[in-house]
Design a protein around this ligand. Structure first.
Ligand SMILES: Cc1cc2nc3c(=O)[nH]c(=O)nc-3n(C[C@H](O)[C@H](O)[C@H](O)COP(=O)(O)O)c2cc1C
Length: 168
């Protein structure tokens, strides 16, 4: 091992999963953004956490609603990751702009997104400011999987979004 600048070492963190974080306002107006900083953080009760920068429109929606959906991006959604990751819901409806099909969630107000590999509906159980992001820990209140099953995509860095062929 050799000691290096922290930034240089962090660049070796890839691959990482890509999820869409979907949230909605009180009127049901939904938004989505891709996120890589996501992790399961409790088994019982099942919980998942995601780090969101306070400038994101999604941050405002989660704080206001106390709910969000985490949906693993499926094969074929590579362009959508780029599109929804370079635009903000503050400036318009991304579901409309990119012709996305919403699917109804079972518990939360935010919708699911067609084409994702799996999705968890979450209620915020806690949040913590971590430097320049906020980690939202969500208690999973409902879960969905693609049927038929679709492969997930992983981020290898430098916008290389690759299919992870994990289904049998
Ligand atoms: C692959 C990828 C991963 C990203 N991961 C995160 C993340 O973990 N947290 C975050 O705050 N932003 C992340 N972003 C940036 C947001 O998706 C981006 O700023 C988005 O436009 C915010 O949309 P919004 O303003 O509609 O919420 C990521 C973007 C990409 C393309």
């Amino acid at each position: 091992m050799k000691q290096v600048d922290i930034t240089e070492a962090v660049l070796r963190k890839f691959p990482e999963w890509i999820v869409f974080v979907i949230a909605a306002d009180a009127e049901g107006q939904a938004n989505l953004m891709p996120a890589g900083w996501v992790s399961f953080c409790s088994g019982n009760p099942p919980m998942v956490s995601v780090a969101i920068h306070p400038h994101r429109h999604t941050h405002r929606l989660i704080e206001a609603s106390g709910e969000f959906v985490i949906a693993w991006a499926g094969v074929g959604q590579q362009d959508l990751v780029k599109q929804t990751g370079s635009t903000s819901g503050r400036d318009g409806d991304k579901f409309e702009q990119f012709g996305l099909r919403k699917l109804p969630a079972a518990v939360v107000k935010a919708p699911l997104l067609d084409g994702c590999a799996m999705a968890f509906e979450c209620k915020v159980a806690g949040q913590m400011v971590t430097g320049d992001h906020t980690v939202f820990a969500g208690r999973i209140v409902a879960a969905h999987v693609s049927d038929p099953e679709v492969d997930k995509i992983v981020n290898f860095g430098k916008e290389r979004y690759v299919a992870a062929q994990i289904k049998g």
